[in-house]
Design a protein around this ligand. Structure first.
Ligand SMILES: [Zn+2]
Ligand SMILES: [Zn+2]
Length: 278
């Protein structure tokens, strides 16, 4: 061993014990919803309090909820009040308020600034809610445009696409190299999805995740590993975290580039900085 090699500090290897929190989680909300309104806001099955307590009990330090929809700015205020109330309970975990905003076929986020601005973070994900598929070029362009808009903090589940309100899932046909280049320029975090679907296409989705992990490492992007949690039993307990972490480590991924391992103080400053840039 040369002197130079000896002097180099050993790089810390990422393990699942390094994880301090998650950002992509769905809730049962609203409950109850104001009289006369039938707009769905999210499709999780657990209350915010139930999820927060579960993650606190498992030793996590922060937890973010990311509903699909806020029909009006008043709904953001309402949920913010609930989040503040939970944070005041001193559960040993900090709760963040985000959104999983849909990226439209045209590459826009489906929400106006008055909804997005007060949120702690914005996950932008491409879904084909209308069931219309895009080709590789269209999907790449849509995600690139959304990232360039400056609103997206985390690019959600680039490895798979969801069709027609969750009816169908397919591997996403998208140019990871181009998307990762733009994510690097805009300092956007790329999500490695931990979601598992009991569908024949799951093997192809896993292959896409591996390609995404490789590209994210090559571009030295910040990444987040996230459950996209809708149900505890289906998403959190059938845990894909060890598998994706070992892929990340085997491909040469560095712990410092994993957002979920950052201490809460660093997460706060990162989010404050992103917010100031909106
Ligand atoms: Zn989604
Ligand atoms: Zn989601």
């Amino acid at each position: 061993m040369t002197e130079k090699q000896e002097a180099r500090p050993q790089q810390e290897i990422l393990t699942i014990r390094d994880f301090k929190g998650f950002f992509h989680n769905h809730i049962l909300w609203p409950e109850p919803y104001p009289e006369g309104s039938n707009s769905p806001t999210d499709d999780g099955v657990h209350s915010i309090e139930e999820l927060t307590k579960l993650f606190a009990k498992n030793g996590y330090r922060y937890f973010g909820i990311s509903p699909h929809n806020y029909p009006t700015p008043k709904d953001v205020k309402r949920l913010r009040a609930e989040v503040t109330k939970i944070n005041e309970q001193d559960l040993g975990i900090h709760l963040f308020l985000g959104i999983e905003a849909n990226i439209t076929h045209q590459g826009e986020l489906a929400f106006p600034p008055e909804i997005l601005r007060p949120l702690d973070y914005i996950i932008g994900s491409l879904h084909f809610w209308d069931g219309r598929q895009q080709n590789r070029q269209e999907s790449t362009k849509a995600v690139v445009e959304a990232i360039k808009s400056g609103w997206v903090d985390i690019a959600g589940h680039l490895s798979h696409a969801t069709y027609a309100f969750g009816v169908r899932r397919e591997p996403m046909d998208i140019d990871f190299e181009t998307v990762c280049q733009v994510a690097k320029e805009k300092e956007v975090v790329v999500e490695i999805s931990l979601k598992r679907f009991a569908i024949p296409q799951m093997a192809a989705i896993e292959r896409q995740r591996q390609l995404l992990i490789a590209q994210a490492i090559e571009h030295q992007l910040l990444v987040t590993f996230d459950y996209d949690l809708h149900t505890i039993k289906g998403d959190f307990q059938r845990d894909r975290l060890p598998r994706q972490v070992s892929t990340f480590v085997n491909f040469g991924g560095k712990k410092e580039n994993v957002l979920n391992t950052w201490p809460i103080k660093k997460i706060h400053s990162w989010l404050e900085f992103r917010k100031s840039q909106r």
